[in-house]
Design a binder for this molecule. Structure first.
Ligand code: FEO
Ligand code: CA
Ligand code: CA
Ligand code: CA
Length: 597
């Protein structure tokens, strides 16, 4: 079908057609530029990237690998100077190191990988009529898998969090698996520690049945780890340090305004595969943080603070506000559909009331030191949150990824990326909130929440896939006009309240991309693709400003059989180069507003 354009401010552009090109393709009339790539200097005096001679010392000063979440934290009211804060989710050693031997990594490669994890803070300035330029700056910072973090909140100091290196259970080295995130209203960044199980060896050697059950529920398995880190630091070996794994899987908070600040892990938000976390301030000033657990059949959570927010961007206000996520109530979501079960047939066809929708309940798990889950202490609720949520009958979802409040309509939007096991034998069948068996393409959930209350209304905005597939839904909009979309992952909003969605793992056979969709008015559901990313890459971390869009291009060239010796992508440097995860800025050729004629 011909690319379509709409008329809603913010989404008024001509859609990019699906493609499989090894480059970034933007909507017509837009230009783009790579802002920063894996290996580019971050700290003053950092060496230039030298792929044949990578060292941990160099990587500690350079931009990390596999950028996922990104945010632009304004340093001035004009939005000219910003701090670009970026997560580096994981490393793909076979794509990073030419000649890499996965059975026998060198210590230098392992230490380089530690340094390639974590986050980067980089000052960037707007270029007149263009994108962003990286500046040398006192704010520039690398946080890695060895940077000290403070564990805070009700589980800090718990026996479950003590190790031989940290008998206090309050100080952890590093952050891992940092996937999505958000900017808080007080100018800090939240980041979710997601797939932390992959870093640990020795689960097989644990014999205590309670410990075994907990490890299994969090995906820890096997004897050695993929990356063999346990050979160079005992803390990655569960047989020797059984509690080290409990110190990962949290929401972390970083103050990018203070490069000497110690980042925090907030235990009050529970421990699971946090995709990210995002905060909304309720009318009474309490803060509500939403977070998804990105695993098949896992849950959606929210946290409501006890304290209230101090307004303003002073360091004093920030210090106070950074304590809000340490004391409050943690809830998990239960969804109830309003259509009869017989009408949820697993195909994605709408029930007779014309909507996948219903009501929901937030089930409290713990508040401060008080547990609401029989058989669990409060510390157990926070550290083994998945098991506590299992016990209260929360709704098993199709991999909850990013969840964010829409600043214009106040509703909460969550990407459920896919779940090929939905309806498989021995697994949960379809329900109204997860209506497709073998859900390959995912869906997008819209929640009307009573922010500090315990009830909500919900509906599916999108049931993704090829619009020709009768089991897809685009909020009732004319499906002959929309872009195909598959595997939604991150969500963001422009100033008009339009929803922007980035995808990871497009199961329709073309490259991933960034999409915009109005959520109000006659074009509600009119999904249009704004850009596509190179071969094998995922699109993530979208930021949408009036005249600038940034996205992270994660794992370009990550295809079966590809390696640093035979890359499947040469983006962005071309020639015979290694692919490099990078942040991309997009702007309108004529300098005008994004998506507005
Ligand atoms: Fe790292 Fe849930 O995507
Ligand atoms: Ca219904
Ligand atoms: Ca993600
Ligand atoms: Ca994902």
């Amino acid at each position: 079908p011909a690319p379509q354009r709409g008329a809603v401010p913010g989404t008024d552009f001509t859609a990019v057609a699906p493609n499989t090109e090894d480059r970034v393709v933007t909507a017509e009339g837009y230009q783009h530029q790579v802002v920063i790539r894996w290996g580019d200097p971050v700290l003053p005096g950092a060496p230039e990237f030298d792929p044949a001679n990578q060292t941990a010392e160099a990587q500690e000063q350079q931009f990390g690998y596999n950028n996922d979440f990104a945010e632009l934290v304004p340093l001035d009211s004009a939005g000219r100077r910003n701090l670009l804060v970026v997560n580096h989710e994981y490393t793909t050693e076979s794509h990073m190191f030419p000649g890499y031997d996965e059975d026998d990594p060198t210590e230098e490669q392992v230490r380089t990988a530690w340094a390639a994890h974590g986050l980067s803070v980089v000052e960037v300035e707007r270029v007149r009529g263009g994108g962003l330029r990286v500046r040398p700056s006192r704010y520039n910072r690398r946080i890695t898998a060895t940077t000290p973090f403070e564990l805070r909140g009700p589980a800090a100091g718990s026996d479950h969090l003590k190790t031989s290196a940290d008998p206090t259970g309050t100080r952890v080295l590093g952050t891992l698996g940092n996937c999505a995130g958000s900017l808080t209203p007080w100018g800090t960044v939240l980041s979710g520690e997601e797939n932390v199980d992959q870093y640990f060896a020795g689960a097989d050697a644990v014999t205590d049945p309670v410990a075994q059950e907990r490890l299994a529920r969090y995906g820890f398995s096997g004897s050695s780890s993929t990356r063999k880190w346990e050979r160079f630091d005992r803390r990655w070996d569960l047989a020797r340090e059984p509690n080290e794994a409990n110190r990962f899987g949290w929401v972390v908070e970083i103050d990018p305004h203070d490069p000497s600040s110690t980042p925090v892990k907030h235990t009050a938000l529970g421990r699971f595969k946090h995709e990210g976390a995002a905060v909304q301030v309720a009318e009474d000033g309490r803060v509500v943080a939403y977070s998804g657990d990105d695993e098949r059949f896992d849950y959606l959570y929210k946290f409501v603070s006890r304290g209230t927010v101090k307004r303003g961007q002073s360091a004093h206000a920030r210090r106070h506000n950074m304590t809000l996520l340490d004391d409050g109530t943690l809830y998990v979501a239960k969804f109830t559909g309003n259509s009869p079960d017989s009408e949820i047939d697993g195909t994605g066809r709408l029930p007779s009331d014309g909507a996948f929708d219903g009501t929901g309940e937030w089930i409290p798990l713990a508040s401060g030191d008080e547990s609401f889950v029989p058989g669990f202490t409060a510390e157990e609720v926070y550290v083994f949150t998945r098991l506590a949520a299992d016990a209260v009958g929360a709704t098993k979802m199709d991999r909850p990824e990013d969840i964010q409040p829409n600043p214009v309509n106040g509703r909460i939007y969550c990407a459920l990326t896919n779940n090929s096991d939905r309806g498989a034998s021995g697994s949960a069948g379809p329900d109204e909130a997860n209506p497709r068996v073998g859900n390959k393409h995912g869906h997008v959930l819209e929640i009307d929440d009573d922010a500090t209350g315990t009830t909500f209304r919900w509906g599916l905005l999108l049931v993704c896939g090829d619009p020709d597939d009768p089991g897809t839904f685009f909020a009732g909009f004319d499906k002959s006009r929309v872009s195909p979309i598959s595997c939604p992952d991150n969500v963001a909003f422009d100033r008009h309240g339009n929803l922007w969605i980035s995808t990871d793992g497009n199961a329709l056979g073309s490259n991933d991309g960034l999409f915009a969709v109005p959520v109000a008015g006659p074009e509600r559901g009119f999904v249009k693709q704004f850009l596509t990313v190179p071969t094998g890459a995922e699109t993530c971390g979208p930021v949408v400003r009036d005249d600038l869009v940034t996205v992270c291009v994660q794992h370009p060239g990550e295809l079966d059989g590809a390696s640093a010796d035979h890359p499947a992508s040469h983006w962005p440097d071309g020639g015979a180069s290694l692919p490099r995860p990078s942040v991309v800025a997009v702007w309108r050729e004529d300098g005008g507003e994004i998506g507005r004629r």
